[in-house]
Design a protein around this ligand. Structure first.
Ligand code: UFG
Length: 335
């Protein structure tokens, strides 16, 4: 097995990588950066929620992870060095209405993938986890040693997969890096890719839409125990996030051990600060209303990403909020 993992080093330092969910927002950016780094990629995506336009022609295998036989077939036909696994449902609100969907898709879909990987001798995986694994954290900035405490089925589904990966590492020599993302946002201008969810629930695209349509965005609560009363989040540029996946997968390809890392900038911005940044970047007022708090929103979520920086040498390069908003605005204007 080890010889297989090292195959990429003996060639030109590049590998063949399967990207599940590669038609989604973060998956498509990561696929783009993998190719830029010289790696070869294949995207596996059901297109149920992904966007075919985000995948270059010929790179897509349209397969649903819930279809175990088809997943296995793809892994048998192509010889992958590693897998980066994004494919999952990701709406917190929906997960509280239909928890079963989240466990079937996110957990059993992942199990089908891991089973196919084990059967075809692929034992290196980067997993897309989330800050939602921490629930309402007991301390901020959040370090990786805080306990799992999800407060919604989406977060729980990611925790379950993280735990499965722990057992696979222990008993099947299946190595994984679990990346816990904070708030992914922005877009890589040169790629033509960007954030496009349907329905959209994320703050920055909704605020930009409010600017474009004149329909107010609703601020979910201004009575939090934060300096301006609105929630604080750690907004991480999607390109920085994509680069975290590259260093993580290369760590595994070099024979590195399993690990878990937070991916954030280490500094938080409030909802009101995001609104002002949008006004400065677009030069337009953001129409807004102040609504009640949204169920399950912790007041403040900020990552301590020191471990990722020290262990794998990753650094956020685009942490400044105005730059993030500028990139998101450029994409939003393309329609
Ligand atoms: N918000 C508003 N109005 C909106 C939308 C969002 O005020 O219309 C606020 C939210 O209350 C929150 C902040 O903007 O304070 C960011 O909200 P998002 O919905 O953009 O992102 P979340 O922080 O809720 O969610 C993100 C990821 C999830 C992940 C979670 C971890 O999108 O996948 O972080 O807590 F689970």
């Amino acid at each position: 097995m080890r010889a297989r993992s090292y195959r990429w080093l003996h060639s030109k330092g590049v590998a063949k990588i399967l990207v599940t969910g590669g038609a989604g927002y973060i998956g498509s950016h990561t696929r783009y950066f993998l190719e830029k780094s010289g790696h070869t990629t294949v995207v596996l995506d059901s297109l149920e929620r992904g966007d075919a336009r985000a995948v270059p022609a010929g790179m897509l295998r349209q397969v649903d992870l819930r279809d175990a036989a088809k997943v296995r077939q793809v892994l048998q036909e192509e010889k992958f060095d590693a897998v980066i696994h994004f494919a999952a449902y990701m709406s917190v609100g929906e997960s509280t209405e239909r928890p079963e969907l989240y466990f079937i898709n996110n957990v059993s879909g992942s199990l089908n993938l891991f089973d196919a990987m084990l059967k075809t001798g692929v034992k290196s995986l980067v997993f897309s986890s989330t800050a939602a694994a921490y629930g309402i954290p007991t301390k901020v900035p959040i370090t990786e040693d805080l306990p799992f405490a999800p407060i919604n089925p989406y977060g729980e589904s990611k925790v379950m997969v993280e735990k499965i990966l722990g057992w696979l590492d222990r008993f099947r020599e299946f190595r994984s890096v679990r990346l816990r993302y904070f708030n992914a946002c922005g877009a890589e201008p040169a790629s033509g890719l960007g954030e496009r969810h349907d329905p959209e629930t994320h703050l920055i695209p909704l605020v930009l839409r409010a600017v474009q349509t004149g329909n107010p965005v609703k601020v979910f609560g201004d009575d939090y125990p934060t300096p301006d009363g609105t929630c604080i989040r750690d907004y991480i540029h999607v390109s920085d996030l994509a680069e975290a996946h590259i260093v993580a997968v290369e760590h595994l390809l070099k024979g590195g051990v399993s690990d878990v890392f937070n991916v954030g900038t280490g500094s938080g911005c409030s909802v009101k600060e995001v609104l002002s940044a949008v006004e400065q970047v677009t030069g337009k007022m953001v129409p807004r209303t102040i609504g009640p708090r949204r169920e399950g929103d912790p007041p403040s979520l900020v990552a301590d990403s020191t471990k990722l920086q020290k262990t794998l040498g990753w650094k956020p390069k685009r942490a400044e909020l105005h730059g993030i908003v500028r990139d998101a605005w450029e994409f939003a204007q393309k329609g």
